[in-house]
Design a protein around this ligand. Structure first.
Ligand code: FPP
Length: 223
């Protein structure tokens, strides 16, 4: 039976969820943000050690200004509202992606939650914000060079924002692509695609996907 150490999720379908109900797209993001807590709870119950969630990509800046501003504000509210929950449940909050571009106010909230939860060991939550795999790999190359390390696979991997490989990568919302998400870490991930739009995604559906993952024959290129 496979061990699930690192679960990654592309949370897609918020906009379509809202459109189907004649709501603004923003409403879909708001409801979608609330699903995250349930998923963290599932991971701590199942002893999954790393959860990586794709919340905002390096390409999402192309969206209308109003939607981008809404997402930034939602992120700030999320960081504040989840503080007690993360502390209580042993969740170490961290980010992947280049956060240097965010406002000082947002960076302060990010850094505060990181420091308050730094010693937690039950689950590491990687929130991918201003994240793109190509950008991450490029930054890792630069870091290898700054540190004057030998350029090899292990050193490059250690310089990524997250160096642990993904065991299972789930994408909701019906599309079957990786959208520049953790391309290096996903090299031997099992992939699962769900038609459910992210705001409707539940622990129960995730439990079924995880159950299926446990019995996959993972060969990592061997026999
Ligand atoms: C994809 O749906 C979702 C995003 C680009 C943002 C993901 C954000 C959340 C789940 C909520 C915010 C989370 C936190 C933690 C603050 P889409 O807008 O691409 O949907 P569509 O494909 O239906 O248009």
């Amino acid at each position: 039976m496979n061990n699930l150490n690192h679960l990654a999720i592309i949370m897609d379908g918020n906009g379509r969820w809202a459109k189907k109900r004649n709501f603004l797209r923003q409403k879909g993001h708001e409801v979608g943000a609330n699903v995250v807590e349930q998923i963290c709870e599932f991971c701590t119950d199942q002893d999954i050690k790393i959860l990586s969630l794709y919340a905002f990509s390096t390409e999402n800046w192309k969206r209308p200004k109003r939607e981008v501003e809404f997402l930034m504000d939602l992120l700030k509210k999320f960081l504040i509202s989840k503080r007690e929950n993360f502390i209580k449940n042993g969740i170490k909050f961290t980010t992947i992606g280049d956060i240097s571009v965010f406002s000082n106010e947002l960076k302060d909230e990010i850094n505060l939650l990181k420091s308050l939860t730094h010693d937690n060991t039950k689950l590491k939550l990687n929130l991918a914000i201003n994240y793109g795999a190509k950008d991450e790999i490029l930054r890792a190359f630069k870091r290898v060079s700054e540190l004057k390390l030998e350029l090899n696979e292990q050193n490059l991997q250690n310089c990524l924002d997250e160096s642990e490989c993904i065991d299972l990568l789930v994408r909701t919302g019906g599309e079957q692509r990786l959208s520049n998400f953790m391309l290096w870490q996903a090299s031997y991930a099992e992939l699962a695609f769900s038609d459910t739009l992210w705001p409707d995604f539940t622990k129960d559906e995730l439990a079924k996907i995880v159950e299926n993952f446990k019995y996959k024959n993972r060969r990592f290129g061997g026999l």
